[in-house]
Design a binder for this molecule. Structure first.
Ligand SMILES: [Zn+2]
Length: 309
């Protein structure tokens, strides 16, 4: 540090306060110091290296859907504590209370109806700030209701997955959600409606092994962790060395589990194109759609979509 920054009583405080104030951030991807506002402006993606930071569900939804078009549904469904489970001194009910306070949400899955580039769709988005977006009965139930909404409204379903797996505090009730949600996907399939999954970091465990892996089209964010069990567990169990980049989005794409890797800034346009391609019955919605302009708040007229799927 240059001498002119010294004070008679020693060195001046480093501008480290700016780092702790959140003005600067050492990027997890490139390890460069990046201006925090630049990351935020770039949808929580590092402008240097393209590292995708995790993003909360409501912020992500805002980035994806047409302005003002998201109507949240089933917001009051939340976890119960039938097993009266506790970890240490904290009961499951207390854990849920803490998660609610931290995230401002009632559960790890946010559901609703929205428009993306003018096309109406049912949209679900998981939130890793809520008990690592683990799947318990409430998440399973919300997913099934979202599927039902898509079928009743004859619109495509988009699911943005992120999860640490099944919620262990609900034991077998959490594991049961895998079968329940997989069956809901069967229903949307039988209804002839497209189901698009966007896998984000991390998509793992019971969610990976059920609805997050059953999409007609599966998209992933760059370098997202996607897999059932962790690499170390697999290496230990089978006594093998796994290749570099194992269980990252690119690896899953190269092995046929993911159709396309799409960056966050490109996601909205990509989904819009996909929806227009896959959901021709929603075309009528586009008659009143003008890109670049903000939509009038909450187009409620659903009649345009009540056509044959
Ligand atoms: Zn970076």
């Amino acid at each position: 540090m240059a001498f002119f920054t010294r004070t008679p009583f020693g060195r001046k405080k480093r501008p480290q306060s700016a780092v702790s104030d959140g003005l600067w951030k050492k990027c997890d991807g490139c390890k460069q110091t990046v201006y925090q506002a630049d990351i935020e402006e770039n949808m929580q993606v590092c402008p240097n290296c393209g590292h995708h930071y995790r993003i909360q569900s409501l912020a992500r939804i805002e980035l994806l859907v047409d302005s003002g078009s998201f109507e949240m549904t089933h917001a009051n469904i939340t976890a119960d504590d039938p097993l009266e489970f506790s970890v240490g001194k904290e009961t499951y009910a207390e854990r849920i209370g803490r998660a609610r306070k931290q995230s401002g949400l009632n559960e790890a899955l946010v559901t609703g109806m929205a428009r993306i580039e003018g096309v109406r769709c049912a949209l679900g988005c998981m939130d890793s700030t809520f008990v690592m977006a683990s799947m318990g009965s409430a998440v399973g139930e919300k997913f099934c209701r979202l599927v039902k909404d898509a079928i009743v409204n004859k619109v495509p379903l988009i699911m943005i997955s992120a999860s640490g797996g099944a919620r262990m505090q609900e034991g077998i009730l959490a594991l049961m959600q895998m079968a329940k949600t997989a069956d809901a996907v069967r229903q949307i399939n039988e209804a002839g409606l497209p189901y698009i999954v966007v896998q984000t970091d991390p998509t793992s465990g019971g969610v990976f092994a059920s609805f997050a892996n059953l999409g007609d089209v599966t998209i992933a964010e760059p370098k997202a962790y996607i897999g059932f069990a962790g690499a170390r567990l697999i290496e230990g169990a089978f006594g093998i060395k796994l290749p570099e980049g194992f269980q990252r989005a690119e690896y899953q794409r190269d092995n046929g589990f993911v159709d396309e890797i799409v960056t966050r800034p490109e996601m909205r346009a990509y989904l819009g194109k996909l929806l227009r391609y896959l959901a021709p019955s929603a075309d009528k919605d586009l008659e009143n759609y003008t890109p670049e302009k903000e939509e009038p708040a909450m187009a409620t007229a659903a009649s345009g979509t009540e056509e044959e799927a």
